[in-house]
Design a protein around this ligand. Structure first.
Ligand code: NCD
Ligand code: ZN
Ligand code: ZN
Length: 382
């Protein structure tokens, strides 16, 4: 048994209010605990989106009644809420700006609106940007011009991580996160990665099968097949290689847990997103097993750095216990997320969460979530 600090996930879509058939604060925080996360930061692209005092209260009251682990809620940057959002900053995990194609209505195209938010959101409080490729370059310029920190969500491309490295070298206040599926993608991308890097050493064994992508497009091409839809899109082997080589530039691993039901994923308008809370730590531990990461790499990026970047309080008497060698097969049927599927279905991994203790109380043990709904705390409630 190995003990780790309670993990912090800075990027989770809880779907409540408005998308409770995909996930709610109860099922989502149960999934978090099962995955080793004791503190989650919830994204604002709910229905309605969290953009003002009333919608923030809607999300937080649901969380108060149902959350089983600790949490904080992001505010979303909209076209006309720069002042309202800034006034609520103390109650939020941070400000989230959607600057590229995503799920939900929060995308902002107009750079004058970006500037309003950069101007008014309190200095030194986190702004998180969904900004890909050239929008990411633009947002780095804003961070420079307004001299304030920005955190780049789910970095997936070689050009992005190279630019972030350069920006950090120049002293810009930029931090970033990478999602597990852009480092350790589900099959068939996973197997392709193995081929791309040669036989043998330091490879996580490819999954035995990938039944999850065998229908509806077969997952043969980028963006084909609704189940493969995710933003940013699954990246190329060259992009992944660049991310692995720039591990020192990656501040956090974030699940970007984005649950949608299989009916939606297989339907005519498949929404982008993968669930990730229950598979991320096992995938990372498998990478440790394969010699590609260390446990300290995980602690730094799933606890120490997110805590610092988002000014999160210590969770006293909180830890997780893992069996780093346990071999098991990922099955959606054994998960707590309500969405009912995982892109990693059938994959055999090494490393399992055995027990979670949150603020002195057992919250998860041997496949059972023991923390009650409503026992999670808002770490940004003052
Ligand atoms: C996210 C979602 O479903 O809310 N989807 C995704 O593909 N990552 C939105 C997002 O994180 O941009
Ligand atoms: Zn996003
Ligand atoms: Zn997201």
């Amino acid at each position: 048994m190995i003990q780790l600090p309670g993990l912090i996930d800075p990027h989770v879509h809880m779907r409540e209010p408005g998308g409770e058939h995909k996930e709610d604060w109860d099922s989502g925080t149960a999934a978090a605990l099962a995955g080793g996360f004791t503190l989650v930061l919830a994204m604002p692209n709910t229905k309605p989106p969290v953009t003002d005092a009333a919608s923030l209260e809607l999300a937080l009251s649901a969380a108060r009644g149902k959350a089983r682990c600790d949490y904080a809620q992001f505010l979303g940057a909209g076209p006309d809420n720069a002042n309202a959002a800034a006034a609520l900053a103390g109650r939020a995990a941070g400000l989230k700006m959607y600057l590229d194609q995503t799920y939900g209505p929060l995308r902002l195209d107009d750079m004058t609106l970006w500037m309003q938010h950069f101007e008014r959101w309190p200095a030194e409080m986190p702004i998180v940007a969904h900004a890909e490729s050239r929008s990411m370059a633009a947002v780095l310029l804003l961070a420079q011009l307004f001299d304030r920190p920005v955190h780049i969500a789910h970095v997936s491309l070689r050009e992005e991580i190279l630019l972030i490295r350069k920006a950090k070298e120049r002293g810009l206040k930029v931090t970033c996160e990478v999602a597990p599926h852009h480092l350790l993608p589900p099959s068939p991308y996973f197997a392709e990665m193995g081929r791309g890097q040669g036989e043998g050493q330091n490879q996580i064994p490819p999954p035995v099968s990938s039944p999850i992508f065998s229908e509806n497009g077969g997952g043969l091409g980028r963006g084909r097949g609704g189940r493969l839809e995710v933003r940013p899109r699954l990246n190329t082997p060259e992009d992944r290689q660049a991310l692995w080589e720039a591990l020192d530039v990656i501040d956090c691993f974030a699940t970007d847990h984005a649950p949608h039901t299989l009916a939606e994923k297989d339907g005519p308008n498949p929404p982008p997103g993968f669930p990730g809370l229950e598979t991320t730590l096992p995938l990372l531990l498998s990478a440790v097993h394969a010699g590609r990461l260390t446990l300290d790499d995980i602690i730094l990026r799933c606890h120490t750095n997110p805590r610092r970047i988002f000014n999160l309080p210590e969770q006293p008497d909180t830890w997780i216990e893992i069996d780093a060698d346990a071999e098991w097969t990922i099955r959606a049927a054994n998960s707590f997320t309500r969405c009912g599927w995982t892109p990693y279905e059938g994959m055999t991994v090494r490393g399992r969460v055995e027990r979670v203790v949150l603020r002195g109380k057992e919250a998860y043990r041997d496949g059972k979530v023991t923390a009650e709904p409503g026992t999670g705390r808002n770490v940004k409630a003052f």
